[in-house]
Design a protein around this ligand. Structure first.
Ligand code: TPP
Ligand code: MG
Length: 268
């Protein structure tokens, strides 16, 4: 499925509205990181990935705490139903607060404990190569998550094996839980570090679906190298009172805040 840029923008708006509803009725979620990653997931599922056919691409949402955004995007892609979304984190629902591979067919890897998605995706990319498949493997991490040492082992082994169908997208919103990434264990210069580990690196505005679609459709950027896309985002985007505020990592909006946020999402 390849949606055009206007279609992607409209889908992002619907996903954020749906996410607000899911988090407020469930009384839990991670709205800040869900809003920062929405445009990335929408672009991947609706504008880049092959979802069916002989060689479907695979996606691992390593920042599994943003599960509500993933579920809402899967519904846009026809891989979950609107009814499914209403069950988010209810007892007996398949839609847990973190994605579970054994419960949702479209979920490729169970995630939540940070630092595992990239190593899993490396294994998937190696398996694809062994199968003679040209499928791409996309993995989306948080930037705080990139502090985990397991990611840097995975970066090394992916480059060693020249896995150029593997794409890492880092949701570079600058914040983790309760703090700025730069204040706890700084990642910079992130692009140079990734290049030094043997990756091709691009940097984009992670809320610009056109830029995202262009770069993510141009894989591999360098033949023989895995690709890392540093997507500059804002936690809570585009809601003014949530944006770039670590307090909105997992705060649940009040009904008044839901209304105010809805109006701002609709205005973008
Ligand atoms: C190994 C591990 N440590 C801690 C947590 C708790 N936790 C959940 S989200 C989060 C912050 C992650 O920050 P980042 O990766 O930047 O995510 P984003 O800003 O996109 O929400 C933390 C510490 C976890 N899920 N896994
Ligand atoms: Mg972050």
């Amino acid at each position: 499925m390849t949606t055009d840029v206007d279609g992607l923008r409209a889908a992002s708006q619907r996903v954020r509205l749906r996410d607000l509803q899911m988090v407020s009725s469930a009384g839990m979620g991670h709205i800040g990181g869900e809003f920062s990653v929405t445009d990335i997931l929408v672009t991947l599922y609706l504008g880049v990935m092959a979802l069916d056919g002989p060689e479907p691409d695979r996606l691992v949402l390593s920042k599994g705490h943003a599960a509500a955004a993933l579920y809402a995007v899967l519904a846009e892609a026809g891989l979950l139903s609107e009814d499914d979304l209403t069950t988010f984190v209810q007892a007996d629902s398949a839609l847990n607060g973190h994605p579970a591979r054994t419960k949702v067919e479209a979920v490729e890897a169970s995630t939540g404990p940070l630092g595992h998605g990239l190593p899993i995706a490396v294994g998937m990319a190696m398996a694809a190569r062994l199968d003679g498949s040209s499928r791409r493997v996309f993995v989306v991490t948080g930037d705080g998550e990139m502090q985990e040492g397991s990611n840097w082992e995975a970066l090394m082994i992916a480059a060693h094996h020249g896995l150029d169908r593997l794409v890492l997208i880092i949701d570079r919103n600058g914040l983790q839980q309760g703090a700025a990434v730069a204040d706890t264990s700084d990642l910079e210069p992130l692009d140079d570090k990734l290049r030094a580990f043997g990756w091709a690196v691009a940097e984009v505005d992670g809320h610009d679906v056109e830029q995202l679609q262009d770069i993510l459709s141009a894989i591999p950027l360098v033949p023989g190298r895995p690709t890392a896309v540093i997507a500059r985002t804002h936690k809570g985007h585009p809601v003014s009172f949530m944006s770039d505020d670590a307090g909105w990592h997992h705060r649940v909006p009040t009904p008044e805040q839901v209304d105010a946020a809805r109006a701002e999402v609709l205005a973008t």
